[in-house]
Design a protein around this ligand. Structure first.
Ligand code: SF4
Ligand code: SF4
Length: 112
């Protein structure tokens, strides 16, 4: 087949039948502000860990809300819990507590 140097993008539909929303449910239960995120990216722009790694807290939040949690444990481990993201979040989300609850959800094997 001819290689054109680009490919068709993977579909981004949310698969409600097969995606795993257990972390999202757990975090929303213990830190309801998690659901206020508008994906602005201010947290990523100011994130201490993002300066040294490829960590992206906006992306992590989005993937968890979409139920796409593969590899999330390794990603969230990069957070230093410094709290800078919380200072700049325009929605007033307690982002530090969101991270802590994501870690709690993972350590409980996603149980509610
Ligand atoms: S700064 Fe707040 S609203 Fe913006 S992406 Fe981060 S968590 Fe979401
Ligand atoms: S608490 Fe975590 S996500 Fe927020 S700025 Fe610090 S390292 Fe980044």
């Amino acid at each position: 087949m001819k290689e054109w140097g680009y490919s068709i993008l993977k579909g981004r539909q949310i698969d409600f039948e097969n995606n795993d929303f257990s972390i999202s449910r757990f975090v929303e239960l213990h830190e309801p502000s998690f659901s206020w995120c508008i994906g602005c990216g201010s947290c990523t722009a100011t994130c201490s860990a993002a300066k040294f790694t490829d960590f992206n807290p906006r992306k992590v939040n989005l993937l968890i809300q979409r139920g796409e949690i593969k590899g999330i444990e390794d990603e969230i481990a990069k957070c230093m819990l410094c709290g800078k993201c919380q200072l700049v979040c325009p929605r007033g989300i307690n982002t530090r507590n969101v991270v802590q609850n994501i870690k709690r959800a993972i350590s409980k094997s996603y149980a509610l």
